[in-house]
Design a protein around this ligand. Structure first.
Ligand SMILES: Nc1nc2c(ncn2[C@@H]2O[C@H](COP(=O)(O)OP(=O)(O)O)[C@@H](O)[C@H]2O)c(=O)[nH]1
Ligand SMILES: [Mg+2]
Length: 205
């Protein structure tokens, strides 16, 4: 089964996107498989409301390890299963919490194995969109993901939270900063851009 990874900074909206995208594809009872770094695998079914309440939020690093959901999409005359992997957010700093450090290592490991990478950028965070943001361009984690992604050529940037920014301005900035990437503006909250993400998945699984 093809593996898709959602990767990005903590709080960029990966978990909310995974839940709402599953719902968009018709899954109203989402079975999430949790894969801890020590190999322990558990699973639980959630309604989208339960999943949002328990797994999303403004606290950094609510997602500490891989959370995968098997989704299904009609392609031509068949239905194809694929795995959407939500991950522990990654950042430049070495995190003081060992569990988070291991979660980040797990994210990076899966990024190498994944068949397709969706890199989520929070449009409301200037460091993500602006070349002159607070992070130095050479050490910025979003730039690191971008350089890896364009080499893999199975990579798109999802510019999330466009419901709360001036999207035309932000998109221009993201495009000039990441010129070789396919960029899809989305709102994980409202479902904006999901049709384009679905089309992209359809071409790549
Ligand atoms: N306005 C808005 N808020 C969002 C959007 N996506 C995520 N959020 C909020 O951002 C916070 C972090 O989301 P979460 O999915 O937990 O981020 P993660 O750490 O990348 O998994 C939560 O409070 C979400 O409700 C969006 O598209 N628009
Ligand atoms: Mg999360």
């Amino acid at each position: 089964m093809k593996q898709i990874i959602l990767i990005g900074r903590p709080n960029s909206g990966k978990t909310l996107f995974a839940i709402h995208f599953a719902e968009y594809l018709g899954v109203h009872n989402i079975r999430i498989v949790f894969r801890a770094h020590n190999g322990i695998v558990t699973s639980r079914r959630f309604t989208p409301e339960e999943a949002k309440r328990e797994l999303c939020g403004p606290d950094l690093h609510k997602t500490k390890h891989l959370q995968s959901v098997t989704l299904n999409m009609p392609i031509g005359r068949t239905n194809i299963d694929f795995l959407l992997n939500d991950t522990c957010g990654i950042a430049e700093e070495i995190h003081p919490d060992k569990t988070i450090r291991r979660g980040m290592a797990q994210t990076l490991n899966l990024m190498r194995q994944a068949d397709y990478i969706f890199h989520m950028i929070d449009a409301s965070q200037p460091a993500a969109c602006h070349a002159d943001g607070k992070s130095n361009k050479n050490t910025n984690i979003d730039s690191e993901i971008y350089y890896y992604g364009i080499v893999r050529s199975a990579y798109s940037i999802l510019v999330n939270k466009i419901d709360i920014v001036d999207d035309s301005q932000c998109l221009k900035q993201v495009q000039s900063r990441y010129p070789q990437a396919a960029i899809i503006p989305v709102s994980a909250l409202h479902g904006t851009g999901f049709r384009e993400v679905k089309a992209c998945v359809g071409h790549n699984i």
